[in-house]
Design a protein around this ligand. Structure first.
Ligand code: SF4
Length: 405
């Protein structure tokens, strides 16, 4: 059974939409695999270093404090033909390392002065090792995020990791890391966090005013912008969204989980929306939301404040050890706090962290009687009909019976 659902083009995308032009322009920014915005930043900041990093999270503020531009690299998406990248990886792993290598081989990452590979999974670790062999002349480093959250052990280790990379960046030409500059960078990050929280709240409360696909575009622009520029962009978008004259739809409110690293094509997010789902929370672009809450921007030791942010306020996700908590508890709480009616697990094919966690998350949802469904994608997925039918059936079932059964 199907019910009428809004098409991809909702009331928020009418010709008179005050946010339309801005969304289109920002889409151009995130689709630009040649990193035009990074080239522009480097032209405006002679000698400035652009440092790429793989998902999910690296502590960006210390790099900005050193005058560097951190650049989030999400592979080639659905716009890159893989010619050489495939030959470096077995077939049964995700897509993002292949397309990232392809971008590098095609020189589109040459604008980056270095690459960081955070400890999220074996694939990223191996990509980092391969990078060192394939591009020995380029700076790269593995960022070993701690899984021991005691400040005197994991905290000190993590602070050492940051200092180690900071020293490398100084050797490459960055200015030394100072406490004052780091406090200023933490303050900027707080402003961005505030803006993103407003964006998330708006689409949670009025998902018909700001769709998840739009929030995604706006958040992802932070991949290639300074924190200050990104905050201004988010706030500009919020102002435009407030001017919209939206129409509410009778959609099902869902949370999407599992999309924290390799990103689905934008068309997939829109397909979920078109099949009757208001995505009121997701883990797309999790890196910018990885620390929940604010930094103390006046901390006596700002480096340890950056460390504490990760230790104490890091989000519950697959690549982060959760200690004595019950797996899935954080998800259940988030679903309830969002007033969501169900969860869609959308993970990249062969993504070990997401797919190994999923059964435990599903069990937690089952205990709380929260309906869920699951799908897999590749960043270059081009067919959405099956996903549309599955998500449509899920939203119909939840709407009619309050469960996916
Ligand atoms: S998509 Fe999953 S498996 Fe692949 S690199 Fe990212 S976290 Fe690792």
């Amino acid at each position: 059974m199907t019910t009428a659902h809004p098409s991809e083009s909702t009331a928020t995308a009418t010709p008179h939409d005050p946010a339309a032009a801005m969304l289109e322009e920002t889409r151009g920014l995130i689709d630009d695999l040649s990193l035009g915005a990074v080239h522009q930043w480097k032209a405006e900041h002679p000698g400035g270093l652009a440092i790429g990093y793989m998902p999910i999270y690296v502590p960006r503020p210390f790099m900005e404090a050193m005058g560097c531009l951190p650049v989030a690299v999400f592979g080639g998406g659905d716009q890159t033909d893989i010619i050489r990248g495939d030959s470096y990886f077995q077939s049964y792993i995700c897509h993002i390392p292949r397309s990232t290598l392809e971008l590098a081989f095609s020189k589109r990452l040459d604008v980056l002065d270095g690459m960081l590979f955070p400890s999220i999974c074996d694939v990223i670790r191996n990509l980092g090792g391969m990078w060192q062999m394939l591009f020995p002349e380029r700076y790269s480093a593995y960022v070993d995020l701690p899984q021991d959250f005691d400040e005197t052990r994991g905290g000190l280790f993590y602070a050492y990791e940051i200092k180690r990379i900071a020293a490398d960046l100084v050797r490459l030409g960055a200015r030394p890391l100072t406490d004052d500059a780091l406090r200023a960078a933490l303050a900027q990050e707080n402003l961005r966090r505030t803006a993103l929280m407003k964006l998330d709240e708006l689409r949670r409360v009025e998902p018909w005013r700001v769709r998840a696909s739009e929030a995604y575009i706006i958040a992802r622009a932070g991949s290639v912008l300074t924190t200050e520029a990104h905050t201004a962009l988010v706030n500009r978008f919020l102002a435009r969204a407030a001017e919209r004259i939206p129409r509410a739809y009778d959609n099902v409110r869902v949370v999407v989980r599992g999309s924290f690293c390799e990103q689905p094509p934008l068309a997939l997010i829109r397909t979920l929306e078109a099949s009757g789902c208001d995505i009121v929370d997701d883990d797309l672009q999790l890196g910018l939301r990885f620390i929940e809450g604010m930094f103390d921007e006046n901390a006596a030791d700002p480096l340890m404040e950056l460390v504490r942010g990760y230790l104490r306020h890091g989000v519950a996700t697959a690549s982060r050890y959760i200690g004595t908590d019950v797996k899935g508890e954080a998800l259940v709480k988030r679903v309830q706090a969002c007033g969501a009616e169900g969860v869609i697990f959308a993970a990249a094919s062969f993504c070990d962290p997401a797919l190994l966690d999923q059964p435990m998350l599903e069990a937690a949802l089952d205990r709380a009687a929260i309906p869920h469904t699951g799908l897999k994608y590749g960043e270059n997925t081009g067919q959405f009909q099956v996903i549309r039918e599955q998500a449509g059936a899920f939203s119909d079932a939840v709407k009619l019976w309050g469960s996916a059964a």
